[in-house]
Write a protein that binds this ligand. Structure first.
Ligand SMILES: [Zn+2]
Length: 75
């Protein structure tokens, strides 16, 4: 299953920034939250590749959501 396409740059949205909590990364069958925060809240998602705002986008609208946050890869 491929990630949805960004309306700004046309590239797959493999990583959506959920500022300021972290980002949502495509895991092959859904998005997984990568964050240091335990809390999920409403935020403007942004495509990591072009920094275009994804106003109509929500990671849970695509595939199976990975509900357990993954520890941040950058510390
Ligand atoms: Zn983009």
């Amino acid at each position: 299953m491929e990630a949805p396409t960004c309306p700004h740059c046309g590239q797959p949205i493999e990583r959506a920034l959920d500022l300021p909590y972290g980002w949502w990364e495509w895991a092959g069958d859904g998005y997984q939250l990568v964050t240091a925060s335990e809390r999920v809240d409403v935020a403007p998602w942004v495509h990591w590749g072009c920094m275009g705002e994804l106003r109509q986008f929500h990671p849970h609208d695509h595939g199976q959501p990975h509900t357990r946050p993954r520890p941040s890869a950058v510390s």
